[in-house]
Design a protein around this ligand. Structure first.
Ligand code: GDP
Ligand code: MG
Length: 173
């Protein structure tokens, strides 16, 4: 295990969709229910792909203005765009964020994941799976529906899949 690489991941999305919940779930396997939302938080951890250690930095963003969003987008190379399946407004915001990503990052390579969170709230769902799938196809990103509250495995699978793709993109450069 010799190479040490780095992947910078940014978690974006409307307020209260569960950006912090999915990030903490992925990193600690735990769901604690309430999370600080006053500032951006940067986490570091390492993952091993094919015997190569990769340092992963994950920026869990909180509400900020456009200037701040551009900074985050410039900084990152892999993006998790979260919406909540019971919140139509958050889906529209996810759509806008994917558009901003394409505008600011293309033609450079970047990796993105559209994450529909809170799937446990199926009884008050406003966005169906097909809508999420269709949006992800439109922007060429990965797509998962998860519940940070109920399930670690789905969240973990989604992050791992994003990181694996980000890793292959780095190798292409
Ligand atoms: P953020 O503002 O996007 O970082 O959202 P938070 O992670 O702070 O979560 C906002 C609220 O949604 C909190 O009360 C969480 O407990 C709740 N929440 C997060 N994920 C889920 C989920 O998967 N299911 C349900 N039912 N609630 C969730
Ligand atoms: Mg948060």
């Amino acid at each position: 295990m010799t190479n040490v690489n780095r992947i910078r991941v940014v978690v974006l999305g409307a307020a209260r969709v569960g950006k912090s919940a999915v990030t903490v779930r992925y990193l600690t396997k735990r769901y604690i229910g309430e999370y600080s939302s006053t500032s951006d938080l940067l986490y570091r951890h390492s993952v091993t792909f094919d015997n190569v250690i990769t340092e992963v930095e994950i920026l869990d963003t909180s509400k900020c203005g456009d200037g701040c969003l551009y900074e985050h987008i410039r900084w990152g190379e892999a993006f998790v765009v979260v919406y909540s399946v019971n919140d139509r407004h958050s889906f529209r915001e996810a759509q806008e964020l994917l558009g901003q990503l394409a505008k600011l990052k293309l033609p450079s390579y970047y990796t993105s994941l559209l994450l529909g969170n809170k799937r446990d709230l199926d009884h008050c769902r406003q966005i169906c799976v097909d809508d999420g799938q269709e949006l992800s196809l439109q922007f060429g990103c990965q797509f998962y529906e998860v519940s940070a509250a109920e399930n670690f495995a789905g969240v973990s699978l989604a992050f791992q899949s994003l990181l694996r793709e980000a890793k292959s993109v780095q190798l292409l450069k």
